[in-house]
Design a protein around this ligand. Sequence first.
Ligand SMILES: [Zn+2]
Length: 195
Amino acid sequence: MMGVTHALMGGLLGASSAVFTLEYFLAAVIAGYLGGLFPDLDLAFNHRQTLHFPVGYTVLSVAAVATAVFTAEKGLIILSYFILSAAVHSWIDILGGGLEEKPWEGTTDKGVYSHSLDRWFPPLQVIRYDGAPEDFLLTLGLGTALFPLLAGYPVAQKIVVASIAVGGLYSLVRKKLLDVRDFLLKAFNSLIDES
Ligand SMILES: [Zn+2]
């Protein structure tokens, strides 16, 4: 699933804080949005391992939510949305494609890794791969649901629209990205050979 799909999902999770209070609504939406994005920052490292902790974040979010409810500490409540959203991201990746260069081929058993259990869960491929048409539809649906909830926060609404646009663009070029990378690598290598 795309980072923006996770981010919008997290944003909606944050928006659910309105059920309790509107006091820190926007902060909770932002925390949820960022928490949804956060695990995928490990793309540059061991993707789905370095910052993906399905069990770890779940345990941490239970502790954070319990402490937040007990202390009613505003900062902790907002932080809880961040951790909760990162936990949802880490689990829900299981519905997407596997950890492989061309996830639409579905040749790997590596979907979600749990550090505490030291094992991979296989990908279910309900969303076949990140940037698949169904992934974009999910982004669009989540964004459409979140947008009206952010009435009165025009900058946040613009971020939602921008997220949908990024998702749309990524979906359009997703399968061509590997060709572009190979083309650039070839060009780069031939430049080095010539010099
Ligand atoms: Zn992920």
